[in-house]
Design a protein around this ligand. Structure first.
Ligand SMILES: [Zn+2]
Ligand SMILES: [Zn+2]
Length: 454
């Protein structure tokens, strides 16, 4: 069994670090691994026993040393998996090949992956017991051209792994193999579930599909990474509380009597009315909310009229409504629609509103965030832990966190001097981050399995 002593805690979520212990928090100090049957002090001290491999000896001393040994032997395979997936990207709900590739690698390692019925996602349990800690990776790519000149460039025209889901998938494969190796040698402190999901990028989201097929059954907590090129490889961005925004979409349609611009009083002046909606609704909604709740209503499309001297009979505007807090997200649809109707009515116009819910916000659990911070410090050193900023992007990992506690951390994948962003075709990662991801995630989930916090 693996014992992680709690001495010091790095609590994220504020810009300051606190020494106040959190429930289930783990130490950023080296995590001692106490094997069920420690071969001998000699072995623990590093002298070789005949018949043991370097990684077997290392594991007997500490988890970091075991991971060093495993990655020395297998980091190239993790990179190769990432490159294979990068070169063979599949769009949302078309991840059959990727899922089969992952399932084949897990089966080769002696594991028993379970594909979901349509073959676009899979789960794989490792270890035994009633306590289950899950780890999630998303597998879909984006409809973007890949302009990179690299050996692993996309082989599918117009499709590219520009969000790093290839890295998430390869890291989770590596984590699964590490956990399986630990189980085989010394047993695990619980059961671990790898969750490889389809369709993070598009509606309908893949997370509810995986939940429908039992991905969260018996699960006590769930963890995930998302690549972030704003952070250098070797850095892990952690945040307690809201991490990503909910993103809803609203369409406002107006119809009315058009006419000559010389006689607006005889018409419904839709250009004027839609202009007021675009300008006034964001401002008025913000006046009705707690200023500490950030809401961003931004119109991305307005269509009305053609001629300079004709008031049109139809107008349309489309906006995204982005919200960080769960409670604000619950009340925002009614508020936004009420304000929009009243602004239109003040211009003498009625409107139809089509308001569509997006994914909920990702709200990281406090103990789970602290666990990521402690694990990152233990695996990579205390300087590796940085505070992740809130993002206005959406992320369907939120669906899991609606049901159980957990956290998503930002995996630094940036290279010095490079300014790349996700969702660009030339986005690429510093592949050393793959090993960092395996290390930090293994530390995190072993700590979570032994924590009373879940
Ligand atoms: Zn994305
Ligand atoms: Zn993504």
């Amino acid at each position: 069994m693996y014992t992680l002593t709690a001495e010091k805690v790095v609590e994220m979520g504020t810009a300051t670090k606190s020494n106040e212990p959190l429930p289930g928090a783990i130490a950023p100090e080296p995590c001692l691994v106490v094997p069920a049957a420690l071969p001998s002090h000699d072995t623990a001290a590093g002298s070789a026993s005949p018949g043991t491999t370097a990684s077997e000896q290392a594991m007997s001393t500490s988890l970091p040393d075991f991971l060093d040994g495993w990655l020395d032997a297998h980091a190239a395979e993790v990179i190769a998996a990432r490159r294979h997936i990068h070169a063979n990207p599949r769009l949302s709900r078309q991840e059959h090949d990727t899922a089969e590739y992952v399932a084949a690698r897990l089966a080769e390692a002696g594991l028993e992956p379970q594909l979901i019925p349509d073959g676009t996602g899979l789960t794989c349990d490792i270890g035994s017991g009633d306590r289950v800690i899950a780890i999630r990776a998303d597998m879909d790519a984006l409809p973007i051209h890949d302009p990179k000149q690299v050996p692993y460039r996309s082989s599918v025209e117009g499709v590219c792994h520009a969000c790093g889901h290839d890295a998430h998938t390869a890291i989770l494969l590596g984590v699964g193999r590490v956990l399986h190796e630990l189980e085989r040698r010394e047993g695990l402190p619980g059961r671990f579930r790898l969750v490889f999901q389809p369709s993070e990028e598009q509606f309908p989201s893949g997370a509810p599909t995986m939940i429908k097929y039992g991905a969260l059954t018996d699960v006590d907590a769930i963890f995930a990474f998302h690549c972030d090129p704003q952070f250098q490889a070797g850095q892990i961005g952690v945040r307690n509380g809201p991490l990503t925004a909910a993103c809803d979409v609203m369409e406002v349609r107006m119809q009315g009597r058009g006419g000559h611009t010389s006689r607006p009083h005889l018409t419904s002046d839709l250009v004027n009315a839609i202009g007021r909606v675009v300008v006034d609704v964001p401002a008025l909604v913000n006046r009705r909310l707690d200023p500490r709740q950030s809401v961003a209503i931004v119109f991305g499309a307005v269509q009305a009229g053609e001629a300079a001297n004709a008031i049109p009979q139809e107008a349309l505007a489309r906006a995204t409504v982005r919200v960080h807090g769960r409670e604000t997200w619950d009340m925002i649809p009614d508020l936004v629609q009420e304000v929009t109707r009243s602004v239109a009515r003040a211009s003498g116009v009625d409107c139809e509103i089509d308001y569509r819910r997006g994914v909920p916000p990702v709200v990281n659990d406090r103990a789970a965030s602290a666990m990521f911070a402690g694990a990152a410090a233990a695996a990579l050193g205390p300087d590796a832990v940085v505070e992740a900023p809130m993002s206005m992007g959406g992320e369907d990992f939120a669906y899991y966190l609606e049901q159980i506690p957990g956290a998503m951390a930002r995996l630094g994948v940036g290279r010095p001097g490079e300014r790349l962003d996700i969702h660009q075709g030339d986005f690429d990662i510093d592949e050393v981050a793959l090993s960092h991801g395996v290390r930090v995630m293994v530390h995190t989930v072993l700590a979570a399995a032994q924590s009373p916090a879940f």
